[in-house]
Design a protein around this ligand. Structure first.
Ligand code: AHR
Length: 502
């Protein structure tokens, strides 16, 4: 029998999970906004044109924060185009995705949508074509109570109360040659620092995220992090990471081992942050915002054939399969293991564009395979991330050595008496028995073992068929402090324990 052992001690803690670890992202890109969250005339549209079916699926995910309005799009975006009377808003060439932006949705409408979704907004400012002035004006418009030009303009636009947006991104992927207004690390470091200073003068309560590298394969990684942090270390609270994965070679066992690369990426960024901390003799520890992550590759070829300058074309519409859901589960486990430093993360994106939620124009809204692990961790992963001690059989894959079959993380919420263990058996052919010893959880009982599994790694969901969805018939038992769980080959498992009522 294949066995993995794990020990969890209630007092062996990593950190309290910041709920913003389960954030997401809506960019003005493809059908994310138009057709995704907003479709006036749709049978499910509310009085503002927001789709209630989409909102319900978002609320069920319990998304704490949504990054907006981009992404690449923000680097040539004039936020002023998106406020004020709808009929006065200009149509613009949207340069990042080469579409037409109608600006029917902008800052105020998105803040309304986020409230309806039960989420906060993570706002990105344009440091591509613009800079300090546009950023500080937008912040004044959003957060200042009134009595000044920009805050009074917001009030005139029908929003007497400030939006109180706490989390702000200083640009997007400014190292990328695809970015409008790409910068060298020195140029970005300088503009980010000065923008941060001005923004903090407007509202000292905000939190600021500086751009890290666009991904770990950038030639300038991690020098970009080192140079930009040298400029910005004292002014910002978080450094961003972005990474997308794809099973380009159709080597699924290797694909499911990409969490090894993710882990290495996070550790390298942390080492770079801590190097700058040491260099500056700083007392401050830099936190990370992994504000774009997901699987993204299924739609890339189709997107190359798309005609430019249309409104809300179906761009980046990846149809996710079962193995993608397994990798997404593994990614979330990796974040939980770094919960002390990775404080925020955004699944990119939320609706239609590389998204857990899909919609049909004038039709249904439905759940992709990746919806389920994201929902599991977002709903049940609130509380203290515990440090698991794991001993698992290991394998080698094409790119990685010593890959443990088992990936696992656990979150304990003392107040409600809930302990949840997330476990991925990434081995494609072998099942695994997980023997979990629990210390300090006397009086707890197992209430559910849900499993996401499928014999077909390439199985997908559609608007009419949910082939990939969890069941609650996992085989496990818990007695005398030991939880024994059967983890089927290629399966995502959620084991939920609760304190018995006194
Ligand atoms: O999420 C899609 C795109 O990926 C974003 O616009 C950009 O920031 C990243 O390259």
């Amino acid at each position: 029998m294949n066995r993995a052992r794990m020990v969890l001690d209630k007092d062996h803690k990593i950190a309290e999970v910041d709920p913003r670890l389960y954030g997401s992202f809506i960019e003005h890109l493809g059908r994310a906004v138009y057709g995704g969250i907003y479709e006036p005339g749709h049978p499910e549209a509310d009085e503002q044109g927001f789709r209630k079916d989409t909102l319900k699926l978002v609320r069920d995910l319990n998304v704490p924060i949504v990054r907006y309005p981009g992404g690449n799009m923000v680097s040539a975006y004039n936020w002023e185009d998106g406020v004020g009377p709808l009929e006065d808003r200009p149509r613009r060439l949207e340069l990042a995705w080469r579409t037409i932006e109608t600006n029917q949705i902008g800052t105020n409408e998105f803040a309304d949508w986020a409230r309806k979704a039960g989420s906060e907004v993570m706002m990105a400012v344009n440091l591509g074509t613009r800079g300090i002035d546009a950023a500080r004006n937008l912040l004044e418009y959003c957060n200042h109570p009134g009595g000044t030009y920009w805050s009074d303009l917001r009030r005139e636009h029908g929003y007497a109360e400030p939006h109180a947006i706490k989390t702000w991104c200083l640009g997007n992927e400014m190292d990328g040659p695809w970015q409008v207004g790409q910068k060298t690390p020195h140029e970005y470091g300088r503009i980010a620092k000065e923008t941060a200073k001005a923004m903090r003068l407007v509202d000292p309560t905000i939190e600021l995220v500086a751009c890290g590298s666009s991904n770990s394969s950038m030639a300038t990684f991690p020098e970009w992090e080192s140079v930009t942090l040298d400029h910005t270390y004292d002014e910002v609270d978080y450094l961003s990471l972005h990474q997308y994965f794809g099973n380009y070679d159709n080597d699924s066992q290797n694909y499911l081992a990409y969490t090894m690369e993710l882990d290495r990426f996070i550790k390298t960024v942390l080492a770079t942050c801590d190097y700058i901390k040491a260099k500056k003799r700083s007392q401050k520890t830099m936190m990370l915002s992994f504000d774009e992550w997901n699987v993204w590759y299924h739609s890339k070829q189709a997107d190359q054939k798309m005609d430019p300058w249309t409104i809300a074309p179906p761009l980046l519409e990846d149809h996710y399969n079962f193995e993608d859901a397994l990798l997404v589960g593994g990614i979330l486990i990796t974040f939980l293991k770094h919960a002390d430093r990775v404080r925020m993360a955004c699944m990119a994106q939320l609706v239609n564009v590389i998204a857990p939620i899909m919609t049909e124009n004038a039709g249904a809204a439905w759940k992709q395979t990746i919806y389920y692990p994201y929902q599991d961790v977002s709903v049940h992963g609130r509380g203290m991330s515990l440090q698991p001690l794991i001993s698992s059989p290991k394998m080698d894959t094409r790119e990685f050595n010593d890959v443990p079959w088992l990936e696992s993380a656990a979150v304990h919420d003392e107040a409600s008496g809930r302990l949840t263990v997330f476990a991925l058996n990434r081995h494609l052919r072998e099942s695994l028995t997980m023997e979990l010893q629990l210390h300090g959880f006397e009086g707890y009982q197992l209430v559910e073992h849900s499993v996401l599994e499928n014999d077909d790694l390439k199985a997908v969901n559609t608007a009419t068929a949910q082939q990939v969805r969890p069941h609650s018939n996992g085989r496990s038992n818990f007695s005398e402090g030991t939880l024994q769980a059967q983890l089927n080959k290629a399966s995502w498992n959620v084991l939920r324990l609760e304190r018995r009522p006194a």
